[in-house]
Design a protein around this ligand. Structure first.
Ligand code: MLC
Ligand code: AMP
Length: 495
């Protein structure tokens, strides 16, 4: 049995998950994931890395599905539960998924795809026959997970990690952050990205901790839960801490103090996925009594650099390489930069992903000749701590902790009938990290109707990708080569 699942036997009658207003033990998780794995293996002995996509709400059934796919020998493809059909179809078709597991509420949305594809669909809320088949032995070198990430191409790429990669990503965090079976955490993050899947769900399940799932982010429900006093570990992106701070600032002094008392007792609060503004870190420390531990990661790596659990957590810095993760800072020729100079972060280690799904060229380009993964992030080391200075591509935007490709949005915008040309950039924003904005050149003799455009856009891509501000201009600023000068464009949006 895969170690990540076998660990459950060490805490078999302990509560693993609270969700859907009830509790589930590790025994429930093992039994029900083995039951679903057996159903997946109805006519074969091993899925042999067949891709199994799933659109399942956060909670027990999500983890049951993930573990079932792994135990049946499949590759798990979690779908984003807020994506519209075209984005879902892209992932389903790109991965060539042959099985689709869904929560009942997504049936209507996905029916057009199910009807035209040969995909076997399983509604997870249905009662299953209690079959338990012999499950295949899964080697750690096999592919386990495909997560989609935006990059400098217009369509997202599937990041493939093996069971060995996932094991390395989880175990380094368990060691560094001292996870234990006594931990009690809460998952408020989307479950189609590493932050939620690896850092929160897989770490807590590996050590036999308890994880409570909230269906979606809500400051009120988070604090209602924290006030009960049992949660002791919390992980989120900077935008969530920003929103929690706004909520706390609107409470009466007495209510705020009650919550501070609860939060002061926490073992650990972590922030990452985007730069944590020093102002947010300081306000949070004042309101919660907790000094946030900031760390740096990426879909292709899991986590790579982290402030220490014990020791100084420096504001504005992401810390030191995690155990087993090798880091170098290099120049444009991939030569290590002199000490104290800024360079691109490159990474080696068991945590590093295997490949971009069916994209050999992109995979080759992503690694140096010596096998180091090129992150595209620029950092510097000051007094032993890494500080992220930015990215080497203006086309990658981080908003609300989501990585978004400007090119992907431009491609969609250009399909809109009144848009002749466009350019998308991210502009600095305290709450969202970056705010997505777009400059539009309209087809002559048209007027801009933002409402109609927005209504159409959300049928084409996730709501978190849509631009928040538009500027209609006659011509995009271009250099002598005809390339849009995005840094010039950004200035047009700054009042
Ligand atoms: C939403 N809104 C935005 C926005 N997203 N405004 C500006 N920019 C954005 N990006 C606004 C809109 O007005 C929207 O209304 C309203 O918020 C509510 O939308 P929502 O979708 O309900 O937002 P909310 O639930 O509050 O989402 C905020 C959030 C979410 C921070 C909880 O963005 C989130 O879960 N982020 C985490 C992403 C994550 O896990 N990243 C990790 C990637 S892995 P409307 O209707 O106008 O749209 C990784 C590696 C690593 O990065 O290191 O971890
Ligand atoms: P993703 O591809 O969604 O996994 O996003 C990974 C990217 O998020 C990294 O390449 C960084 O640009 C960014 N990132 C993650 N953590 C941090 C952090 N603590 N500070 C700054 N950027 C971060």
């Amino acid at each position: 049995m895969l170690p990540i699942i076998a660990q459950a036997k060490n805490n078999i009658d302990k509560i693993a998950i609270y969700s859907d207003e009830r509790s589930f033990t590790y025994r429930d998780l093992l039994n029900q994931s083995q039951n679903l794995a057996s159903i997946l293996l109805i006519d074969v002995l091993d899925l042999k890395e067949a891709r199994v996509a799933f659109m399942v709400n956060p909670g027990f059934k999500y983890v049951q599905t993930l573990w079932a796919i792994w135990q049946a020998g499949g590759v798990a493809v979690p779908l984003c539960i807020t994506h519209p059909l075209p984005s879902l179809e892209y992932v389903l078709e790109d991965t060539g998924s042959t099985v689709l597991i869904i929560s009942k509420e997504y049936e209507t949305l996905l029916n057009p795809f199910i009807a035209k594809s040969n995909c076997r669909s399983i509604v997870i809320d249905a009662a299953f026959n209690n079959v338990i088949k012999e499950l295949p032995k899964i080697e750690l070198v096999r592919r386990a997970l495909i997560l989609y990430t935006s990059g400098t191409t217009n369509k997202p790429k599937g990041v493939v990690t093996t069971h060995a990669n996932i094991q390395a990503q989880v175990s380094t965090l368990i060691t560094a952050w001292e996870w234990s079976a006594n931990d009690n955490t809460i998952c408020v993050l989307p479950l189609h990205h590493v932050h939620g899947i690896i850092n929160v769900v897989s770490c807590s399940m590996w050590v036999g901790a308890t994880c409570t799932f909230l269906p979606q982010f809500s400051a009120q429900s988070i604090f209602d839960l924290l006030a009960k006093g049992s949660i002791n570990v919390f992980m989120a992106v900077p935008t969530i801490y920003f929103k929690l701070i706004s909520y706390l600032e609107n409470l009466t002094d007495t209510d705020r103090e009650i919550l501070k008392d609860c939060m002061q007792k926490f073992r650990l609060m972590v922030c990452g996925s985007a730069a944590l503004p020093v102002s947010v870190m300081e306000k949070w420390e004042h309101l919660s009594g907790q000094r946030l531990l900031e760390r740096y990661g990426m879909t292709e790596l899991g986590m790579a650099i982290s402030n220490p659990y014990r020791g100084e957590r420096k504001a504005g810095y992401v810390g030191l390489p995690l155990p087993g993760v090798h880091i170098k800072l290099v120049d444009e020729n991939y030569q290590e930069v002199p000490k104290g100079e800024a360079g691109e972060i490159i990474v080696k280690g068991e945590n590093v992903f295997q490949e971009y799904w069916q994209k050999k060229e992109a995979t080759n380009e992503a690694f140096t000749k010596e096998g180091w993964f090129k992150t595209g992030d620029i950092a510097i080391v000051e007094e032993g701590y890494y500080r992220i200075m930015g990215r080497n591509s203006v086309d990658i935007i981080k908003s609300g902790g989501y990585k978004i490709s400007a090119l992907e949005i431009e491609e969609v915008l250009r399909q809109y009938e009144t848009i002749d040309d466009c350019a998308v950039v991210g502009i600095e924003d305290e709450e969202w990290g970056e705010l997505i904005v777009a400059a539009l050149v309209l087809v002559p003799n048209n007027v801009f109707d933002e409402k109609s455009l927005t209504n159409w856009l959300v049928t084409q891509m996730a709501s978190y990708k849509k631009p928040r501000k538009y500027l209609v201009i006659n011509e995009l600023p271009r250099n002598a080569m005809g390339k849009v000068v995005k840094n010039e464009l950004k200035k047009l949006f700054i009042p």
